[in-house]
Design a protein around this ligand. Sequence first.
Ligand SMILES: CC(C)(COP(=O)(O)OP(=O)(O)OC[C@H]1O[C@@H](n2cnc3c(N)ncnc32)[C@H](O)[C@@H]1OP(=O)(O)O)[C@@H](O)C(=O)NCCC(=O)NCCS
Length: 172
Amino acid sequence: MNLIRTEKPSDFAAIHAVNKQAFDNRESEPGLVIAIRNSENFIPELSLVAEANGKIVGHILFSRIHIETEDGQVPALALAPMAVLPEYQKQAIGSELVRRGLAEAKRLGHAIVIVLGHTAYYPRFGFSAALAKSLECPYGDCGEAWMALELIPGALDGLQGKVVYSPAFSHV
Ligand SMILES: CC(C)(COP(=O)(O)OP(=O)(O)OC[C@H]1O[C@@H](n2cnc3c(N)ncnc32)[C@H](O)[C@@H]1OP(=O)(O)O)[C@@H](O)C(=O)NCCC(=O)NCCS
């Protein structure tokens, strides 16, 4: 049984290790977590860890971004990064993290979540490339990997604009 809970300062080193190991020992994703955590776009309730027998084995982070529209900025959340230790993958830990994170984000009143990620993975949680079609990806043509989800039905209706990630993402 896995426990999903919000991060604590004493988890920071383990969260770093989980992101590093899941992303082929790169420092960019652990660095992204630190940069977001130290920014105004960090939402403490939306940095979740998965614990198995007292060990941190997974992590997910949702942070503030916005959509630049003709009528001004519309707030949204970015799901990034998420990571599960290689030896704990394919045991539904990632799914539990996504579902808990989305439920918590909804509870907090957030309306839109954007992810740039695996096309075979995120649609099962309700993310859709079709919903993101009128949102410009800041990284060029992101294709089907560019997905959006409405936590409040209709939140994306008629919305058109460019998604602006926070400066922390320039580290990746
Ligand atoms: C993506 C990740 C967080 C999923 O965690 P998990 O605990 O294994 O997820 P679950 O057990 O809930 O689901 C497993 C599913 O993820 C899919 N998946 C994992 N990596 C994938 C990839 N690169 N592309 C597509 N699907 C992927 C598996 O194929 C599996 O699909 P299935 O259920 O149809 O068999 C984990 O694989 C990971 O840490 N990967 C490396 C880091 C990464 O890519 N993060 C996401 C960036 S968008």
